[in-house]
Design a protein around this ligand. Sequence first.
Ligand code: ATP
Ligand code: MG
Length: 512
Amino acid sequence: MTQLDTNQPYALVMRGIVKRFPGVLANDHVDLALYPGEVHALLGENGAGKSTLMNILSGLYRPDAGQIIINGEPVTFNSPRDAIRRGIGMVHQHFMLVPTLTVAENLILGQDDIGFILDYTALEAKVAELSQKFGLAVDPHAKIWQLSVGEQQRVEILKMLYHGAKILIMDEPTAVLTPQEVEELFKTLREMAAVGHTIIFISHKLDEVLEIADRVTVLRRGKVTAVVDTAHTTKAELARLMVGREVLFRVEKKPANPGNPILEIQNLNAKNDRGLPALRNLSLTVRSGEIVGVAGVAGNGQVELAEVITGLRPAESGKILVHGQDITNKPATAAIDRGVAHIPADRTGVGSAPNLYLDENLIMKSYRHPPISKGWAINLSEAFRQAVQLIKRFDVKTPDVKTPARLLSGGNLQKLILARELSREPEAIIAVYPSRGLDAGATEAVHRRLIDERDRGSAILLISEDLDELLSLADRIVVLYEGQIIGEVPPKDELVDEIGLMMAGTKIQAGD
Ligand SMILES: Nc1ncnc2c1ncn2[C@@H]1O[C@H](COP(=O)(O)OP(=O)(O)OP(=O)(O)O)[C@@H](O)[C@H]1O
Ligand SMILES: [Mg+2]
């Protein structure tokens, strides 16, 4: 639908790109044109075809039809190596670094023109120069596993720059970053654009898109529906272009009507993966019919808290009670059997089995009970029937129930996990970043669902980095800092600054 003016000095043009998968037309004659020095956002519903288009551009997939033109010259890529040779590099959402190697070693990995003797001094000088130029501070000698997620992302960007990328694709780079890290990333992206690099930025966070991008291409069901300048658009318009209807950024809810305590956490202590204290003497009660929001910068014990409650991580001391029954250090099935649902931060490791079909993923928590279990056997036709219903109800976009979970788009995988967890009418819900990777429409639907669950009487612990999400959903907010709850605040918009200070470790009396 877009007209490409071929006389423009584009750095890159993708024209008429078509990509089919079994049962899905993921890209349907997509046009995308990028100027040198621009930050261009790619926006679209979950499953709209954004990652597919970028996988084509970065040489991972071959298009069924269409052309890629760089600086006026048509090119064909047979591998990511071909793409990087032409200056196109992609930073995937799941990093592709080798954890046991150093930063420097990761940078030269896969390079084919290294001789027998590596010139480490030259390598380090180059890394230092790039780090300096684009504000990408990392220690070249550090091992990847020692780095935070934000630092690992910097290494990925450095790696692409080191290999000569002029066009950098970032697929949902901010989904895993803290707000401070997002600001640092944006500085880097601006500096790259200032020297003429082109950045393709995928995100579902419309505020971010408006802040960082110059132009936006919107995809819907594999087709381009609009190309707009961010200077002449609004959040509401972008959402409408994506979803095809008005989107509510704040869902309505009645005041909470809390009942009995369902989840009681008493003086909990636990360690993180590195054996250091992650939770310190943490006590918290969540009652039936309330949403307790946990605010905090990632890495302050959020994930460990959810894991200990759901039996995925041992408690060093302290207690976890569900309906007064002690489930501390019991197997994960103890929490599941007491009706504790878990929407985990890690979708692919903890949340789903990538190689299993959707129906198998959906019954993972109910197969031990009727009607899915039938004596010793599993009632497969019942599982299939339920799966078909859930996929419809939770709007998981897939050609077929018998699709392996790994083939779902990022947001649709999240919807699958939500379908499994919320459909069992849970007594308590531990929701960790529940809208991560979801488009604006799906986020609204999940928010509604969590409020419905609350009103049905579920006790909800909502862990989120997104203050807007916490303020719109939570009935009260506790702030987690270095494994401790350092305060509680009512969810009022005017307290954002106080909450921010508390997230940074300042103890203050907010609200009342
Ligand atoms: N390798 C594959 N095999 C089969 N189907 C695929 C494959 N990769 C993607 N798809 C399908 O193509 C469609 C587009 O997926 P894509 O990952 O490009 O969406 P997206 O816009 O990136 O969505 P999200 O915002 O959820 O990440 C989806 O229906 C997805 O299930
Ligand atoms: Mg995607």
